[in-house]
Design a protein around this ligand. Structure first.
Ligand SMILES: [Zn+2]
Length: 105
């Protein structure tokens, strides 16, 4: 089970965007990366290609960040936190905030 899921709010803890918060849009488990809404925007120049009508000019997109560079923000206490896992009666796992002890899911 991943400690960070799509839809979570995370805070960047290192690098150029340190301290910025955003919602996780995409989790890339194989790469160990996440795409966070509004963070790590990269501009790319794009030319129209072939017959397919593509958007020309400058496009902006969010480049993935390393999972190790972001921390989960607890939706209850709004603090940057670590995730604890709790095993429930049915053998499933749920996430808990280590700061306030509240469930995150
Ligand atoms: Zn909390």
């Amino acid at each position: 089970m991943n400690r960070i899921k799509k839809g979570d709010t995370v805070e960047v803890i290192t690098g150029e965007f340190r301290g910025e918060r955003g919602a996780v849009r995409i989790v890339l488990p194989k790469e160990g990366r996440v795409v966070v809404s509004g963070i790590n925007l990269v501009k790319r120049h794009q030319r129209p290609t072939g017959r397919v009508r593509t958007q020309a000019g400058i496009i902006e997109f969010e480049a993935p960040l390393r999972l190790s560079n972001v921390a989960l923000v607890c939706p209850r206490c709004h603090q940057r936190t670590k995730v604890a896992f709790q095993i429930d009666g049915e053998g499933g796992k749920s996430r808990l905030c280590k700061k306030c002890g509240e469930p995150i899911d």
